[in-house]
Design a protein around this ligand. Structure first.
Ligand SMILES: Nc1nc2c(c(=O)[nH]1)N[C@H]1C(S)=C(S)[C@@H](COP(=O)(O)OP(=O)(O)OC[C@H]3O[C@@H](n4cnc5c(=O)[nH]c(N)nc54)[C@H](O)[C@@H]3O)O[C@H]1N2
Ligand SMILES: Nc1nc2c(c(=O)[nH]1)N[C@H]1C(S)=C(S)[C@@H](COP(=O)(O)OP(=O)(O)OC[C@H]3O[C@@H](n4cnc5c(=O)[nH]c(N)nc54)[C@H](O)[C@@H]3O)O[C@H]1N2
Ligand code: SF4
Ligand SMILES: [Mo]
Length: 666
């Protein structure tokens, strides 16, 4: 039976190399490639059953046209020719009457392939449409904070943990979102290396860690400054490294660290002063401590400051200089490819931008011109965007012509005028670079598209042809587009040699470089100062906490779901269980609530009903809601109905956790 070598395209840092077995044109088995050392022969519990995604009976079978009110989910099948004619006709009219900025179209991250995602965005760029400022619902805050501090570059190689002598999972639930790093860490722990987990939730990783620190949400900067305080006090700072590779530490030492005594940090973080002392002692004693920083700690108003301060810690002991030490947030910036070739093949130099997390507001409020036509691929903002009520109100606009391209009839697709069936990644060919490792790989198509599904690439190129776009990239096959991605790129590789489908690593063993304006790790950031933000690391309480509601929302990834991308797989829905909210026993008792009952989570924005679980996995004062589950799986509503569409301090990102609420019996 033929085995096809391909890549997992789900939005996940691991970017596994997969071996897909196909019999009679159908996928019969999916496994991790043993030849790629990070994948190490296994795919996660979601993807090793992706046959169930590909062959799900819930997939959309043909293009659909709306026949009922918006949002009702009433559609009738049409042919692809009819669908394309209708879309082209509408867009032409909108462009000629209101100009191209009245159109907004994008593909988001559910297909990580640079071609299938990139060229769809390239189509709208070439048309001169309004442009989506993407990533703001996800990692833009974390990345902006990393970039001003460490510089726009990848961090420590996750495969370097083999040489680490201490590992800290800091706001990163490895067991859910980075299972292959988890496996590597398990290996080094067998040699006696300790794992510390710092997280407001006692995650599955925390349960088995050597030491778990239940930090309060958004207090990591205080904790990191407390650790620095002790390192300096006890003579464990590496003065030579600080002088050679960092700027501004003397200001931090003089102006900031005196305020972060272990006692004060204990008050802020909910930990004990002795914990701060012990963490500093362990960190200071380690030669190659590896910190995996997660995005979780950036999802609130001061998220950038919070994350940036943690990223500074390895500079104090010089751990950034040693292989196995340092910190890793994301690696994508290390791949210097010619992204513009697919994302910006032609089109005006500037066009109006729309922040992804403000999509609802933009659709409701933009004028001159208003957005009259919307195209969404690989994204389900009616569930995953903050303030989903506003998002849905916007999608309900009768004068908005909406097209959604997705394998499933999502909550967002239900509001569309035209729904187009999309392939899954296993039905596509593409080139990938990871955001959590240093591998890149060309992934081959495992099977032909199921039913009438089209890939993002086919749809994009068809529409480009109908609009008469002449950029050659709109006519190329995937291997030629791969060549374009390397043309003039900083990253040198022979694209033809990548077509064998084997993973290639660009990792090096050199110490961390700092491509910041100063060329050093920036304790003091002039860039931040120029933006009117504190140039030195610090901690401040969340401004949203000063409201009428007593409990703070903690939002975490699901173990057998990834946002809503697997909600069309019945077995994974079952494995994840019905959506729930968690309260600490003391908060449940104070409200007379019991484990298992349906509760209402409410605040000034909305109300959501979920099943309650009473667990001491979280601290008092917090409500945990894992994942973002569609309404039909919950008792009522979806968690983002409670989250406002405000901005983080850096990167204009989403503040899901600056959400305060009350919980009561439903
Ligand atoms: N199974 C699964 N895998 C996924 C996803 C998924 O939904 N499910 N999503 C994918 C996507 S799109 C992305 S962007 C990544 C998500 O990646 P991340 O957002 O980095 O997710 P995690 O790594 O789990 O980090 C979230 C953890 O941070 C903790 N946390 C929250 N607030 C704080 C805080 O203030 N301080 C500290 N120290 N910790 C905090 C949460 O309790 C949680 O355990 O994962 C990807 N992989
Ligand atoms: N409360 C709260 N909200 C959050 C987060 C949080 O932590 N808390 N996390 C945020 C994060 S990190 C992210 S990245 C976003 C994710 O938000 P979304 O991008 O909305 O994520 P998914 O639910 O994975 O939706 C992806 C959609 O793409 C479809 N799809 C899959 N493959 C393809 C393909 O090849 N082509 C096309 N056209 N469609 C495809 C899937 O069926 C699915 O409907 O959610 C954000 N929302
Ligand atoms: S761990 Fe991530 S990359 Fe690997 S198979 Fe699972 S979802 Fe895909
Ligand atoms: Mo994400």
């Amino acid at each position: 039976m033929p085995t096809i070598r391909t890549v997992c395209a789900h939005d996940c840092p691991d970017m596994c190399s997969l071996l897909v077995t196909v019999a009679d044109g159908r996928i019969t088995k999916i496994q991790g490639d043993p030849e790629q050392s990070f994948t190490a022969g296994f795919a996660c519990g979601k993807v090793n059953r992706d046959m169930e995604l590909v062959y799900s009976p819930e997939r959309i079978k043909a293009p659909l046209r709306r026949v009922g009110p918006k949002g009702s989910g009433q559609f009738a099948p049409i042919t692809w020719d009819q669908a394309i004619d209708e879309i082209v006709g509408h867009w032409r009219a909108v462009i000629s009457e209101s100009g191209p900025e009245a159109l907004l179209g994008y593909a988001y991250s559910a297909h990580q392939g640079l071609i299938n995602r990139g060229l769809t965005n390239g189509l709208f760029h070439a048309l001169g449409a309004s442009r989506l400022l993407g990533g703001t619902v996800c990692d833009s805050c974390a990345e902006a904070a990393w970039d001003v501090t460490v510089g726009p570059t990848g961090g420590a190689d996750p495969e370097s943990v083999v040489e680490s002598d201490l590992v800290i999972a800091w706001g990163s639930d490895l067991y859910a979102t980075n299972v292959h790093l988890w496996a590597k860490i398990e290996d080094v722990r067998r040699r006696g290396v300790k794992l510390i987990v710092i997280d407001p939730r006692r995650t599955r990783a925390a349960v088995t860690a050597d030491w778990y620190l239940p930090v309060k949400i958004g207090t990591d900067s205080a904790l990191a400054l407390g650790v620095m305080h002790v390192l300096v006090r006890d003579g464990m700072a590496d003065r030579a490294y600080l002088a050679a590779h960092t700027i501004g530490f003397e200001q931090v030492e003089a102006q900031v660290l005196p305020r972060f005594t272990p006692e004060r940090v204990a008050d802020i973080s909910g930990l004990a002063a002795a914990d701060v002392e012990r963490l500093a002692a362990m960190y200071g004693a380690a030669r190659t401590p590896f910190i995996r920083i997660g995005f979780g700690m950036s999802r609130f108003t001061h998220g950038g400051q919070n994350l940036r301060t943690v990223a500074l810690l390895p500079g104090v002991t010089g751990a950034y200089g040693r292989y196995g030490g340092g910190a890793m947030l994301a690696t994508a910036a290390a791949f210097d490819l010619n992204y513009g070739a697919v994302r910006r093949p032609s089109g005006p130099a500037a066009a109006r931008t729309v922040n992804h997390l403000k999509l609802g507001e933009a659709l409701l409020e933009l004028t001159d011109p208003p957005i009259r036509a919307l195209f969404i691929a690989a994204n389900n903002p009616a569930v995953t965007n903050p303030d989903t009520a506003k998002m849905r109100a916007a999608l309900s606009r009768e004068d908005l012509f909406t097209v959604v391209h997705d394998p499933f009839l999502t909550a967002t697709a239900r509001f569309a005028d035209i729904v187009l069936p999309a392939t899954t990644y296993l039905e596509t060919e593409d080139f990938y670079r990871s955001y959590g490792t240093y591998y890149m790989q060309y992934g081959h198509r495992a099977v032909e598209p199921v039913g009438e599904a089209w890939s993002n690439l086919r749809l994009t190129q068809t529409l480009a042809a109908r609009f008469g776009l002449t950029d050659p990239v709109f006519r190329m096959k995937e291997p030629q587009i791969l060549q374009e991605l390397f043309r003039g790129a900083g990253l040198q590789a022979d694209p033809a040699s990548l077509l064998d489908g084997k993973a290639v690593s660009i990792a090096t063993k050199s110490g961390q470089v700092f491509p910041t304006p100063s060329g050093k790790l920036e304790f003091y950031s002039r860039t931040l100062e120029e933006r009117g933000l504190p140039p030195l690391p610090d901690w401040q309480p969340d401004p949203a906490s000063i409201g009428a509601y007593p409990l703070q929302l903690l939002t975490t990834p699901g173990y057998f779901q990834s946002h809503t991308a697997f909600s069309g797989v019945a077995s994974l829905r079952k494995r994840e269980g019905a959506p729930f909210a968690v309260l600490h026993p003391s908060d449940a008792v104070a409200r007379g609530l019991q484990d298992g009952q349906i509760v209402r989570l409410r605040n000034g924005l909305g109300a959501v009903s979920l099943r309650l679980r009473v667990l001491d996995d979280i601290q008092p004062g917090v409500v945990l809601v894992p994942g973002q589950r569609p309404d039909e799986e919950a008792a009522d509503g979806t968690v983002n109905m409670l989250c406002a569409d405000g901005y983080t301090d850096m990167g204009a990102g989403a503040v899901y956790q600056s959400t305060w609420l009350e919980v009561e019996a439903a």
